[in-house]
Design a binder for this molecule. Structure first.
Ligand code: ZN
Length: 203
């Protein structure tokens, strides 16, 4: 199982971190050990002093493929959820400054959170997915798949030019503006429309 993540897929988020809007998708990966298992506690990692949440729509791959055409891409994912791509922002800033890879900032154990899965149907595929993140019961991020620079189909097609996609792989499709710090005892809750998809306490 592989976890793909998309960087800078919302113009307002690229801007808040001082990054240019990309001309093609920015892709990075997390290993499967990054996925927090259901009902496991999340502990604040000791190597960072600036843990950031990034709420994102996560797609689940349902069919193996390579070199997928954008027109066919829809067939390759069958469910979505809201998740968090946790980031050690202080470490990422250091690595970015030196032009080094991001893994220590992004791919560590339990850095990938998923909520409950929502099956995609012909009906709900037609409507944009709106989502939000609350920190301690206050909304800190709001997003919609409509605001994405690269659509689900474009991302699936693009990723598959470089990597085989396999059943069970996940794609974190990028975060909207409003990323920020969280600390021990914070409560993070992700919503798809009004429905709560996950609730996570930082221990
Ligand atoms: Zn992200």
């Amino acid at each position: 199982m592989k976890i793909f993540c998309v960087g800078r897929n919302y113009a307002d988020h690229a801007k808040e971190l001082g990054n240019a809007v990309p001309e093609e998708p920015v892709i990075f990966m997390k290993p499967k050990t990054a996925l927090l298992q259901a009902n496991s506690p999340f502990y604040y990692p000791e190597f960072t002093n600036e843990l950031h949440y990034e709420a994102e729509i996560v797609l689940r791959i349902a069919k193996n493929g390579r070199y997928i055409h954008p027109d066919q891409a829809e067939k390759y994912f069958d469910a979505f959820t809201i998740g968090i791509d946790f980031t050690a922002r202080d470490i990422q800033a250091e690595l970015k400054k030196k032009g080094l890879p991001w893994e220590k900032a992004k791919a560590w154990d339990n850095s990938a959170i998923v909520g409950k899965w929502v099956p995609l149907t012909p009906e709900n595929r037609k409507t944009p997915i709106t989502f939000s993140l609350q920190k301690n019961r206050e909304t800190v991020q709001n997003g919609s798949s409509e605001q994405m620079i690269f659509s689900f189909n474009t991302l699936v097609a693009h990723i598959s030019q470089y990597f085989s996609l396999n059943i069970g792989d996940l794609i974190y499709t990028g975060t909207p503006a409003g990323v920020g710090e969280c600390v021990t005892n914070d409560l993070l809750e992700g919503f798809y429309e009004k429905e709560k998809m996950f609730s996570l306490e930082i221990k």
